[in-house]
Design a protein around this ligand. Structure first.
Ligand code: NAP
Length: 272
């Protein structure tokens, strides 16, 4: 009988980790490439981040994904940041370079890659939300060369701070529906399964079939925002696309290998 002997250990830290799909994606990827590795979920409370990094140094852990609430705090305990992590101001991927723990960020690439085929159509974009995902969203939009990026948020000062930091425009929350945009991206929790599921983050009166709607929320797949955008004839991009692309890029960093995007999509959609 063949016994599976993993030689490399990977995992995700976050709190709460709940229904993370990262183990599904990466363990499938290891099997696809016959890499003897395993990827686990390691729920890690906010105050445990320093001791987790100690564990990362002392045990044979090859890499980790980092999610809420550790994406900023982890930067205090690791040795190096990539340029991508510096420009986003957050880390979602850890790997080793010699004896140094490097923090990288694949979220911005996760945002921009699904949008790339449409980016020529986008001059003016609205980003709704100013939390952790918004930082990656702005960096991803800038990487595509989108000229005018506006940000709005329920709590105004957070959007104003982001606008200052990234040199983009601020729009008041109550005025977000007043004009047409080529692209509207939702990075709030509105529309997520649970208590926010029926709340649409946008007022769509001034949008039409020329508007691209990209909802970073991926559970449910068809959010209330995506559904309304479809009734207006908008092009829509689902949040699962960001998840796939940030994950494929992590896999490439850790293994040097690429995964088939279509197969990864099928795997994750079956899970959703
Ligand atoms: P976060 O840092 O907690 O930010 C939450 C954002 O939602 C803030 O802008 C917050 O506004 C806003 N918000 C929360 N409740 C609201 C309400 N009742 N009305 C209006 N705005 C509200 O979270 P995050 O990490 O940025 O994640 C945000 C969303 O992106 C989540 O749904 C997450 O699942 C999704 N996401 C998806 C991917 C992917 O791979 N597709 C990756 C990362 C995140 P205030 O500042 O006013 O509280």
């Amino acid at each position: 009988m063949d016994v599976f002997k993993p030689e490399k250990l990977f995992g995700i830290i976050g709190h709460p980790l709940g229904h993370t799909m990262s183990p599904l994606l990466h363990n499938w990827g290891f099997a696809e490439h016959k890499i003897p590795a395993v990827y686990m979920a390691w729920p890690t409370e906010p105050e445990k981040i320093e001791s987790f990094i100690q564990t990362f140094r002392n045990l044979p852990i090859s890499g980790a994904s980092v999610t809420i609430p550790h994406k900023l705090s982890v930067m205090d305990y690791i040795d190096q940041l990539t340029e991508r992590a510096k420009s986003v101001g957050a880390v979602n991927t850890l790997y080793w370079e010699g004896d140094k723990i490097v923090g990288d960020n694949t979220d911005a690439a996760g945002v921009s890659e699904p949008l790339r085929p449409y980016s020529d159509r986008v001059n003016k974009a609205l980003l709704i939300g100013a939390g952790g995902a918004a930082r990656a969203a702005i960096t991803g939009l800038k990487a595509l060369g989108i000229k005018e990026i506006c940000v709005t948020n329920r709590t105004a000062y957070k959007a104003e701070d982001l606008a200052d930091e990234f040199k983009i425009s601020f729009i008041d929350w109550n005025a977000r529906g007043d004009q047409h945009f080529d692209l509207i991206m939702n990075s709030t929790s509105l529309g997520m399964s649970g208590k926010f599921q029926q709340i649409n983050p946008m007022i769509m009166d001034n949008q039409n079939a020329n508007t691209i709607v990209y909802d970073l929320v991926y559970n449910p797949m068809e959010t209330i925002f995506i559904k309304e955008a479809k009734t207006k004839g908008c092009t829509v991009i689902h949040g699962i696309e960001m998840f796939i692309h940030q994950g494929l890029e992590q896999f490439r960093i850790w293994t040097g290998k690429r995964l088939d995007e279509g197969k990864a999509r099928g795997l994750l959609l079956a899970q959703l």
